[in-house]
Design a protein around this ligand. Structure first.
Ligand SMILES: O=P(O)(O)O[C@H]1[C@H](O)[C@@H](OP(=O)(O)O)[C@H](OP(=O)(O)O)[C@@H](OP(=O)(O)O)[C@H]1O
Ligand SMILES: Nc1ncnc2c1ncn2[C@@H]1O[C@H](COP(=O)(O)OP(=O)(O)O)[C@@H](O)[C@H]1O
Length: 344
């Protein structure tokens, strides 16, 4: 799908938006010599942007809330995450709401405190389908025509003779093909989509596979700004430490989940874990270290291995970037082969 922009399609409170702004009054300066501070005019509502994912699943709400089409599994994860050490790394969860007879999980809109942000969705892990989906596909195979078409659009040679005859592929086969076509298998993460600050959106990363291609895409995403990368690296390293001790993480298979990167021109950066639609609790006493390679039955997802690699790749691009946040005239590295040393 293409990036979707939404402007408050569902108000979450009974008070309409315009009414909320009526509390702001502009006073004349008094005659005592000291000027009272001028009230700040109300901020223009920022449009919420969806970079990738299912079309029609989200509604931007008022008061910095986001509604995502209800899934019980995701609700349980978000509830548990509110009690876990990972809480600062996920959107705040605020329960279930109903709109037009549809249930939604209500969570924080992570874009709220950014100004015209650049956004990147990176899917983490070496496997993008659940083990239970593999079992189901064997027991009751349901070849899909839509996935065949998506496959042929990218590479007409990709389907096997049997798949060509059927004009359909199994979902797990499609997902495995996407994993090996991109950097999921080799690096344990892949770029799904990027929206730059100028509004330009790119979801054409299906074939972005090699370390060099990934580095190039990341470098372009941050506009060669080392301070942004430094901010991201700080946050990712904190996340890495918390993941290593989180009870939630140890006891869940985390599949198809993304890290949402956000930054803006002030230099503010943020990274959060999103999308727990395919995150499932493990049968006790099974736990995962998220770094051991996957073998069917061990449930490992490669999440931490992918995060380790993502941190490595971001660290590797640092010497090629500009340290000067405000120098927009020199956004390309001047001597890519002789980079200046960079220290974190
Ligand atoms: O990105 P493309 O190549 O379009 O493929 C999509 C993604 O893999 C989705 O995963 P995610 O939501 O993690 O992005 C997946 O949704 P699931 O999460 O339901 O597996 C879709 O499956 P279907 O929804 O079955 O079509 C699949 O068609
Ligand atoms: N809490 C959030 N705040 C801001 N944007 C979000 C949030 N959750 C999701 N998004 C946006 O929606 C996109 C799809 O989210 P995701 O949960 O992965 O949906 P899906 O389950 O349909 O794949 C993300 O790439 C991001 O742009």
């Amino acid at each position: 799908m293409k990036c979707t922009v939404a402007l408050f399609s569902f108000g979450l409170a009974s008070k309409p938006r315009q009414q909320r702004n009526q509390g702001v009054t502009w006073k004349k300066p008094g005659s005592t010599g000291t000027l009272p501070p001028l009230p700040v005019p109300p901020k223009k509502p920022q449009p919420w942007v969806q970079v990738v994912g299912h079309a029609g699943s989200f509604h931007a709400g008022d008061y910095g809330m986001l509604l995502k089409r209800y899934s019980e599994g995701e609700q349980q994860c978000l509830q548990r995450l509110m009690e876990d050490s990972l809480r600062p790394f996920v959107p705040g969860y605020h329960g279930v709401v109903q709109r037009a007879e549809q249930d939604y999980n209500m969570m924080d809109d992570l874009l709220t405190h950014f100004n015209s942000p650049a956004i990147m969705d990176c899917k983490i892990g070496t496997r993008t389908y659940l083990e239970e989906e593999l079992t189901k596909a064997r027991e009751r195979p349901q070849p899909r025509q839509d996935m065949y078409e998506k496959m042929v659009d990218v590479d007409p040679e990709a389907p096997t003779a049997e798949e060509q005859a059927l004009q359909a592929v199994l979902k797990t086969r499609y997902m495995q093909w996407r994993e090996t076509l991109s950097s999921t298998t080799t690096l344990g993460f892949r770029i799904e989509g990027i929206k730059k600050a100028d509004g330009v959106c790119n979801t054409n990363f299906k074939r972005t596979k090699s370390r060099e291609e990934v580095m190039q895409a990341l470098q372009d995403y941050v506009d060669c700004n080392a301070l942004i990368v430094k901010g991201y690296l700080r946050r990712l390293k904190e996340l890495q430490l918390v993941l290593e001790t989180s009870d939630f993480f140890r006891t869940h298979e985390v599949v198809g989940s993304s890290l949402l990167f956000v930054h803006d021109s002030t230099g503010k950066t943020g990274v959060w874990m999103i999308d727990f639609g395919k995150t499932v609790p493990l049968p006790p006493p099974l736990t995962l270290d998220h770094r051991t390679p996957w073998e069917e039955g061990n449930r490992e997802d490669g999440y931490l291995w992918g995060l380790d690699n993502l941190i490595d790749v971001l660290t590797d691009i640092l010497p090629h970037l500009n340290l000067n946040l405000t120098d927009r005239t020199s956004s390309k590295p001047k001597h890519p082969l002789q980079p200046e040393p960079y220290r974190i």
